[in-house]
Structure formats: C-alpha cells, structure tokens
Design a protein around this ligand. Structure first.
Ligand code: ZN
Length: 521
C-alpha cells in the first residue's frame, strides 16, 4: 500500500500539480533506496549461504566411505584392478594417499601380471621377484618384450665375445629356475638365437629341485626376425621347451625353405592346446600337429596371408588327433587354402570348428582361386573329414566369419553337418543374402539339431524377416516324429527398422513358440 496522501490519487484521473509531482518523485527515490538495501542484504545472505554449503560439503567429504574406512581394503583393492595400468600397478592409485598405496601393495590380484618392456638396461630381475611375490598364491604371468629396433644383443653372432643379451642372462636363468611358480610366460624375442641360448641354459641347469620353468602351464613365444642360419635350420629352443600344456607360437616364415626342411616341434605328449601364428606351409602345420597327439584345442592363425600349399601329394599319411575338440582357423586369406588340411586330420572328438577369413579385397582377382565362390573343394575336404573310421561324427558348433561362399555352397556344407547345435555367421558385404530364403525351400530340413543361431550382420546382408521366417517355419512344421530344437536367435544388425510390422509379428510369433529372440542394432 502506498502512503495515505497519495492513495486517493489512484482513484482519480486528473492532472497532478507540481508539488504533487515532486512529492511522488521523492517517494519513488525512497522506495528505490529501500529496494537496493534489501537486495544488498540478499546478496550478502546468499554469499553466506554458499559459504555454509561449501563448508558442509567439505565436512561431508571427510565422512566419505573411503575416509571412514567403511570400504574394506580387499574391496578397494578389487576396485583398483579396473583403474590401474598392468605395467605399473601402484603408479596411479598409490600416489593418492598412503593407505591406498598400502592397499595396492598388499592386493595380490594387482600383481598377477608383470611386464618387462624393451630397454637397454638388463632385465630387472629383482622387480620380477618382488612383483610375483606380491601376487601370493594367485596364478602369475611374466611377459618380457624385446623389440628389433632397440635390441643390441650379440646372440646371433656366435663368434662375438660381448654378451649383452637380456634374455640369456644368468639372473633371468636363476629367476626361472629357483623363482616362483609361474602360470603363464610370454617371451617376445627379436631373433630365435636368444631363445636358443636362454632355453639351452635352462635345460642344462639341474641344480634346483623346484624349478619355476617346469611349473609353467602356458608358454607364448614370438620370434620377430629370422636370419638365414649358418648351422642348419634347427631352432634349438623348440627342443628345450618346458613341459607346458599350452603353447602359443608366433614365428616368421621362411619362403625359400621347403616345408619338410623347416624346423618344427619335437614330440610333445603333454601339450593340449596349440596356437600357431604364421603363414607356414600346410605340410609344416601337419608335421607339428602329428608331434602333439594329445591336443584338445588348435588355433591356426594365418596372419591374413595365403598359406603356402605344398601338401597335396599322394602318399601323405593322415594325422590322428583323437582328443581334439576345438579347431579354429583364423585370419585366413580369401584365396588361401589353409582349411585344406581338414582332409588329412582324423578328429573323432571334434566339437567346435571355426573358419574365419579376413575381409576380402573388393577388387581381388577371383580367378586366382577356382574354388571360390562355391567352395566345392572345401566341401570335399569336409566330407573327407567326416568320413572313415576316425572321422568327425559329432560336430556341435560351427563359426563362419567373413566366409566367402554362395548360398548354394553354404547349404551344401551345412547339409553335411546334421549334428550341429550351434551356428554362428559373421557376415560381410559380399555374403550371399539369398541363404535363408533358399534354406526355407529345400526339402530335407537343414540342421535338424540346431538350437542356437547367432548372426553378426553389421553389413545388413540378411533381412531379419528372412531369418525369422526361416526359424518360424521350421518350428511351425515340426512334428512329434521330427521335432524342431531351436531355442534361441541372437542377431546383431546395423540398423533395426522398428516400423517393420511384419518383423515384430514374426518376433512375437517366435517368442510364442518358446524361442528366445534377441535382435539388436
Ligand atoms: Zn640374445
């Protein structure tokens, strides 16, 4: 309410005299002063409020679960596992505060992997011992990486009197003989000469009762370079391997040396898992596999290049791998013939097969490989793999990645594998989109035991409608005498058209039939 003398003026509509104007102007200035004063007070109070809030937050921070010790050290240690660099476990969290550093130092899982990077200095064996000791009784991994560029070792020169080898050092030999039990050792050497020397020294050391070297379960060896040998082709380190059950071997290829003259693994009865990287000839692969009769898993990684094909001569004997359950071909070249060794392998226990190719070059010369696009030769090799006394009889899982084949060719191959319960297709732009349409039209039901179909279709080759219709139709036409076993469809597509009424209906229908359906973009 305004003051009494002025309130009556609000009801009139007449002109004000000069005295009234001056009086009203005076009142406006008085009110402005009052407003300014109150606003100033509000600002002061606001500042005080913010100060109190900031102080309250500081007090609250002091009461955080970490500062109160509410989070048990072992939980905090587990959290650290997701924040640390394996190379330097305490560098990040250990610098925060003393208690965090103490927790990091006493959390065994942070010390399970010790990595030694290339350096001009000798390998810090003391650090190897300290770190592995902190891992306690947990499985331990030691990874030693040397690189070609910095390595100045003289091992390849047998006449040299300078011995600066980081791998074949007495300290490292002692670590591998009287050090801790090791689960996994990964050695990456620029040449095989260093491994030859190191493994030779370890083999000749018989002084200790409990040898760390003999406790290794998984050994990974990567040889970077090969210089033409002057003393034959033997790689001595292959003959001095510890009794590991799992071996990863990444070696360079010698293009001018015949497959039969190449150095290969000796007989290794203890080996159950072998992973070979390199585009070695198929005859070399077969020779190595023959020497490891107890293998349960084999991975052949072709490094994206064509494997030399020198094995298809008459008279070659079959290779028996009676315990082999898993066989994976990875990074095969489109026109390579890596999988041709299938015809030479006897694998009665095989359950899982993977045929994984590199994405083919878009302008590759198709004439190089007469077998593409029908893969008739692969089909014939698989028929041989499936036939005979020790043939594959119960293959359950098949994974095909970037598999260059026509729909007709794929139907032919899958038709020969009625025992499959799981099929995974990873497609690329050249995959044949007609496959599921054609699969619906054939008379003999395809893959009668199929339970799980998994499709990685990032190039949108297959129409999800076709896939759903294929599964829905086989479920709808199943009978008591020939039931349908499909339980699950997982399909990853590049884009999922939510407006597709037909697809949504198909998905609903399949779910109604008891099939678990996941179609995700
Ligand atoms: Zn060396």
């Amino acid at each position: 309410m305004i003051k009494e003398p002025f309130s009556s003026l609000l009801n009139g509509n007449y002109s004000l005299d000069s005295l009234e104007l001056a009086a009203i102007q005076h009142e406006i200035e008085a009110e402005t002063l009052a407003i300014d004063k109150i606003q100033s007070t509000i600002i002061d109070l606001q500042l005080q409020l913010e100060e109190h809030e900031a102080r309250r937050q500081d007090y609250k921070t002091l009461l955080s679960p970490l500062r109160r010790g509410v989070v048990p050290p072992e939980i905090l240690g587990e959290v650290f596992r997701y924040a640390i660099e394996p190379l330097y476990p305490v560098d990040r969290v250990g610098l925060v505060c003393k208690s965090w550093r103490d927790i990091a130092l006493t959390t065994p899982s942070l010390w399970q992997t010790v990595v030694m990077l290339p350096s001009d200095a000798p390998i810090n064996v003391k650090r190897l011992r300290t770190c592995t000791a902190r891992a306690g009784t947990l499985p331990k991994t030691v990874r030693i990486i040397e690189s070609n560029g910095r390595y100045r070792c003289e091992c390849r020169d047998s006449e040299s009197e300078v011995d600066s080898c980081r791998l074949a050092s007495p300290e490292l030999v002692r670590f591998f003989t009287d050090g801790p039990v090791l689960d996994n050792v990964d050695l990456r050497s620029p040449t095989h000469h260093c491994l030859d020397r190191l493994f030779g020294l370890l083999k000749s050391d018989k002084n200790t009762l409990t040898r760390s070297w003999d406790s290794i379960r998984h050994l990974a060896l990567k040889v970077g370079d090969w210089s033409t040998p002057t003393h034959g082709l033997e790689w001595q380190f292959l003959h001095n391997l510890p009794p590991v059950s799992s071996l990863f071997l990444d070696t360079p290829w010698l293009p001018d040396v015949p497959g039969d003259a190449l150095p290969a693994l000796p007989s290794l009865d203890c080996l159950t898992s072998l992973h070979m990287v390199g585009d070695w000839p198929n005859s070399w692969i077969l020779r190595n596999l023959r020497n490891c009769p107890n293998l349960e898993e084999v991975v052949l990684n072709s490094k994206e290049s064509e494997r030399q094909d020198d094995v298809w001569t008459e008279g070659r004997t079959l290779v028996s791998l009676p315990k082999l359950q898993v066989l994976r071909f990875q990074h095969m070249a489109t026109h390579g013939e890596d999988a041709r060794i299938l015809q030479w392998l006897r694998m009665p226990s095989l359950r899982i097969l993977e045929l994984s190719y590199e994405i083919p070059e878009p302008f590759a010369d198709q004439e190089e490989d007469p077998d593409t696009p029908g893969k008739v030769q692969l089909y014939r090799d698989m028929l041989r793999m499936l036939s005979g006394a020790d043939g594959v009889v119960d293959l359950q899982q098949l994974r095909l990645e970037y598999f260059p084949i026509t729909a007709k060719g794929l139907l032919r191959i899958l038709g020969a594998l009625p025992s499959l319960i799981s099929l995974e297709l990873a497609t690329h732009i050249g995959s044949d989109r007609k496959f599921f349409k054609m699969a619906r039209e054939i008379e003999t039901p395809l893959l009668p035991q199929l339970r799980h179909l998994k499709i990685q279709d990032t190039c949108d080759v297959f129409d999800p409608d076709d896939v759903c219709e294929f599964l829905r139709q086989r479920k709808a036409t199943a009978t008591e005498a020939s039931p349908d076993c499909v339980e699950r469809l997982d399909m990853a597509v590049n884009r999922y058209n939510r407006n597709s009424l037909h697809l949504d209906e198909s998905v609903r229908a399949m779910r109604g039939m008891g099939i678990l359906v996941n179609i995700v973009p």
